[in-house]
Ligand binder design. Structure first.
Ligand SMILES: Cc1cc2nc3c(=O)[nH]c(=O)nc-3n(C[C@H](O)[C@H](O)[C@H](O)COP(=O)(O)OP(=O)(O)OC[C@H]3O[C@@H](n4cnc5c(N)ncnc54)[C@H](O)[C@@H]3O)c2cc1C
Ligand code: FES
Length: 280
């Protein structure tokens, strides 16, 4: 059995600066040993530990979809020691990836249903993975209507701008992009906070599952909107971020009550969270 603490060696193949403040970059990695790509078999919603020699490891949601072959992508916010070191690395540099870790969005349950994806800020990463996955021709027939509400502070802070524009042009996904505010006279999408746009654009909870990923304040105000629309707590799916260390349910760093966010999560339904102490 493979040592669960041992990362796979990877090479940085491409770095994309996503936001105008340059604090969010997407790293495309290729595995140094091609068989490691098969072993790193993941499902949208999962995360991995990015491991930088001499600095440490950080848990980051997997932003690519398993339907994208030959690489794996992560979008990293520059906040502290490891993420800043990563931001200073270059194409061609090598490092490690440990995982995939955690659970995933409830894909089996989502089949045959309308899907509402609600994202805010840089927490959109595993939602990108999910959208790419659902839009793949092998998977699109499994889902009914797909609706996305995605917000950022300003147009310059939106992630994946080219992909957002491409999804806007498709007729098999309903996109509602929004910003908190802008002075850009050419801005053609919504202006307003994610909960308000959700309330305006989502009209029914019938046969629908909502996946919500964003900063705590966005989740706090989106939750009652969804409940008012008639979403039962078991059809509101959230992804949590906690401080983590091992990522595999051993160190006890990330627990809420008797659940480990790294192993039992990071994906939980609101019904499950209502059973836990309010520590998240
Ligand atoms: C399941 C999961 C998925 C995540 N996905 C992403 C992602 O896709 N992209 C991304 O940029 N980040 C993501 N994060 C957050 C990321 O793990 C932290 O930003 C990172 O660990 C910071 O490490 P650092 O060494 O750069 O900063 P540190 O030097 O450790 O800390 C810098 C500052 O950030 C704060 N901080 C560190 N870790 C966290 C955390 N987990 N939550 C809140 N505050 C924290 C510290 O308190 C400190 O103020 C995710 C976290 C989890 C648990
Ligand atoms: S990070 Fe160690 S138990 Fe979750």
């Amino acid at each position: 059995m493979k040592n669960p603490y041992l990362p796979y060696p990877v090479r940085i193949d491409e770095i994309t600066t996503e936001t105008e403040d340059k604090n969010l970059k997407t790293f495309k990695f290729v595995f140094l040993n091609p068989e490691d790509e098969k072993n790193f078999s993941y499902t949208p919603g999962q995360f991995a530990e990015l491991s930088v020699a001499g600095k440490g490891e950080i848990p980051i949601g997997i932003a690519s979809s398993p339907t994208e072959k030959g690489f794996v992508k992560f979008t990293v916010n520059k906040v502290g020691v490891v993420s800043s070191t990563l931001h200073n690395m270059s194409v061609g540099d090598t490092m490690g990836i440990r995982g995939p870790l955690g659970n995933w969005y409830p894909w089996k349950e989502m089949e045959g249903k309308n899907i509402v994806i609600i994202g805010g800020g840089f927490a959109f990463t595993t939602l990108r993975s999910s959208i790419i996955y659902m839009l793949h021709p092998d998977n699109r027939p499994k889902f009914k209507d797909i609706t996305v509400v995605y917000g950022a502070r300003t147009p310059g802070m939106l992630l994946y701008k080219e992909e957002l524009a491409a999804w806007e042009r498709r007729d098999d996904i309903n996109m509602h992009i929004t910003v908190d505010g802008t002075t850009d006279p050419d801005w053609k999408y919504n202006i307003g906070f994610v909960p308000a746009i959700t309330e305006k654009k989502i009209t029914s909870a019938d046969n629908t599952i909502a996946i919500v990923c964003g900063p705590p304040i966005m989740i706090k105000f989106t939750q009652p909107v969804l409940e008012k629309l008639g979403f039962p707590p078991e059809r509101i799916i959230l992804s949590l971020e906690m401080r983590m260390k091992c990522g595999i349910g051993i160190c006890g760093r990330c627990n809420i009550g008797d659940k480990y966010v790294c192993k039992d999560g990071p994906v939980f339904s609101l019904a499950q969270l209502k059973e836990l102490p309010p520590e998240y």
